[in-house]
Write a protein that binds this ligand. Structure first.
Ligand code: ZN
Length: 342
């Protein structure tokens, strides 16, 4: 089968388009004919060889998979060959106390398809059958592939972790990112007032189209100062953050009393300065979040199929152009998801 794989860590140039053996559906698995696969920041980290993320070589990336089931392994009775599916990207043991409690994101074996296990940059991929969800028939393949990872992540951050509620002022950092574009919509769905940041006038306009009530140009404006002005000096109740460094610090400085900041990434820097007197004096809560529960995606999907939450696709490329897609993401040129089609 045609596939994009890499045999050594490095930049986008290590991605190789070529032939790989077609996988088989093992016991409890489904073989998927991939119709579209979205790119995530996680792919860039895995490709670069971030410590702790090293897969066996050669490796096939790709967390966000949609396609048709072409074969089923032994023991799979709830799916049928020919069925369309959207694949939940999360992996967990299903047997431990955390999994039994529905806290599968805390499972010690928690992982994501495409990180150690081969993913969807290919014509075929095998996945655990329990990951095959009903396909959102209102969406074409390229848009459905833009849903799973970022909507799961943003739902977990806003709903499960930060407990967003009607009337909250929510600051979404980086409206052009996949998580940012999903978070704007999820916050709005829950009745929040959304303030979104982005770096260009075009991205700020798109953030408003997605439902942001206010926008901040984080290239030319002081995020915390603008957040204070836009909330009549109160500050925001929730910050959705995934950038790190000075942006994380600006997020903390933007919070109202009892405010919650939830972060899922540190693309510009992992070390920050924190004023502890601000933390206790203003009753702040700082939360980490990575991916989410199976139930987060399950809770989110009805809003996707109803059209209330819309995946945002930056561009669609053939699988052979994965390298160009990675380069675009590294340059932060995109608004929404980059999608590959085999
Ligand atoms: Zn488990």
């Amino acid at each position: 089968m045609k596939s994009v794989y890499f045999e050594r860590f490095g930049g986008p140039e290590v991605l190789t388009f070529g032939e790989r053996p077609e996988p088989v559906a093992g016991p409890g698995e489904a073989l998927i004919r991939v119709r579209a696969c979205a790119i995530n920041h996680l792919d860039l980290w895995v490709r670069a060889g971030l410590p702790g993320l090293e897969p066996d070589m050669p490796h096939v990336l790709g967390n966000d998979i949609v396609g048709e089931i072409t074969a089923l392994g032994t023991g799979v009775t709830h799916l049928r060959v020919g069925q369309k599916t959207l694949v939940n990207p999360t992996l967990s043991c299903g047997a431990c106390a955390a999994c039994a409690a529905g806290d599968d994101h805390l499972c010690r074996s928690y992982d994501v398809i495409g990180r150690k296990r081969n993913g969807g940059y290919a014509e075929y991929v095998s996945v655990p059958a329990v990951n095959c969800l009903a396909y959102p028939e209102n969406l074409p393949w390229e848009q459905a592939a833009a849903v799973p990872l970022v909507f799961l992540t943003a739902w977990h951050m806003l709903v499960t972790r930060a407990r967003v509620k009607s009337g909250d002022d929510v600051l979404v950092i980086g409206a052009g990112s996949g998580v940012g574009s999903a978070a704007i919509q999820i916050a709005r769905l829950h009745g929040a007032r959304v303030i979104a940041t982005a770096s260009t006038a075009a991205k700020l306009a798109k953030a408003r189209e997605l439902g942001a009530h206010e926008t901040i140009d984080h290239g030319s404006e002081d995020i915390a100062a603008r957040a204070r002005v836009l909330t009549n000096k109160k500050g925001v109740d929730v910050v959705v953050e995934h950038v790190g460094g000075r942006v994380f610090e600006a997020g903390v400085a933007s919070l109202a009393k009892d405010g919650r900041l939830v972060t899922c990434g540190a693309t510009i820097g992992s070390k920050v300065t924190l004023e502890v007197n601000q933390l206790f004096g203003r009753h702040l809560t700082l939360m980490g979040s990575w991916m989410g529960r199976r139930s987060d995606l399950n809770d989110c999907m009805p809003h996707v199929t109803s059209g209330a939450l819309k995946p945002v696709v930056d561009s669609v490329r053939p699988l052979a152009d994965a390298r160009a897609a990675h380069e675009r993401m590294e340059a932060r040129e995109q608004f929404g998801k980059l999608v590959l089609v085999p």
